[in-house]
Design a protein around this ligand. Structure first.
Ligand SMILES: C[S@@+](CC[C@H](N)C(=O)[O-])C[C@H]1O[C@@H](n2cnc3c(N)ncnc32)[C@H](O)[C@@H]1O
Length: 247
């Protein structure tokens, strides 16, 4: 089951238990009860159930804070529209977190120059950025003399819109396409900066579709159980590791 739906179900279950407990409590202690105490109890109950019902244990902190967040918002009379607007904004940027377990973070300049160095002896390179974020890599690669085409795919709506505008102004091409539907046989260098979650499935796709001699590069996330041809540790502050697989 989708984790967010499960978390919501756990909150509902905690609410049900709390409602029964409060119903019983009225025979012992005269109501009303302080809302803060009720919100705290809801948070504690939801947090306790979270680990027990199979969500990752670190989610209990989120589960604990949600009722307190509601309490805070009600107390401060925050407009619910603000919450909705924040939710929509987050979804527009991070929609791939819930589906693919991949958030948005960006490749830095040092890494882009490493990609440039990697292909310096190659000619007429077709470059693909799987999940291209704001399109920075696509633009950068499109400006190299030995790059014939530079393409990125992105499904999160807001990054896609920004990437589309950026590439329209500065070069390269971006498509609103799921990375799982890209035919990788068209590319000489395929770059991915995703997360550990999709790497095993992505590797399957890479070996099935990429041509011999072409390059698959993963920023920070190695393919489990597969020896890379090379690992480059870069001199940036986060000591970026590029896992390079020559097909
Ligand atoms: C960590 S960011 C990297 C952005 C860019 N490649 C860079 O290096 O600067 C990963 C991006 O992949 C996108 N993404 C995740 N899953 C995707 C999918 N199935 N199809 C297309 N894009 C996806 C996310 O929306 C996010 O923008």
């Amino acid at each position: 089951m989708h984790k967010v739906i499960k978390a919501f179900g756990i909150q509902l279950l905690a609410l049900l238990i709390l409602a029964v407990a409060i119903y019983g409590l009225q025979f012992l202690v005269e109501p009303p009860y302080p809302w803060l105490a009720i919100a705290l109890m809801q948070g504690v109950l939801a947090a306790l159930l979270t680990c027990k019902l199979g969500l990752p244990c670190w989610w209990r902190w989120i589960q604990f804070l949600i009722p307190l967040g509601f309490y805070g918002a009600f107390s401060l009379q925050v407009s619910p529209w603000l919450g909705l607007a924040a939710f929509i904004m987050l979804w527009l940027v991070f929609s791939n977190v819930s589906k693919e377990r991949v958030p948005l973070y960006l490749t830095n300049a040092t890494t882009r120059h490493a990609l440039k160095a990697l292909i310096k002896r190659r000619k007429a390179v077709n470059f693909m950025d799987l999940g291209c974020g704001l399109g920075g890599n696509v633009v950068f690669m499109s400006q190299l003399v030995n790059v014939r085409s530079s393409v990125g795919v992105e499904t999160a709506p807001l990054p896609f819109a920004i990437a589309k505008l950026f590439t329209w102004l500065r070069g390269g091409r971006v498509q609103a396409q799921n990375l799982w539907n890209v035919d990788l046989s068209d590319y000489d260098l395929v770059y991915a900066f995703l997360s550990s979650e999709p790497m095993p499935r992505l590797w399957q796709k890479v070996v099935e579709e990429m041509r011999p001699g072409t390059l698959f590069v993963s920023n920070s996330f190695a393919v489990p159980g597969v020896e890379p041809s090379e690992v480059w540790e870069l001199s940036d502050s986060r000591k970026t590791r590029l896992y390079i697989y020559t097909l």
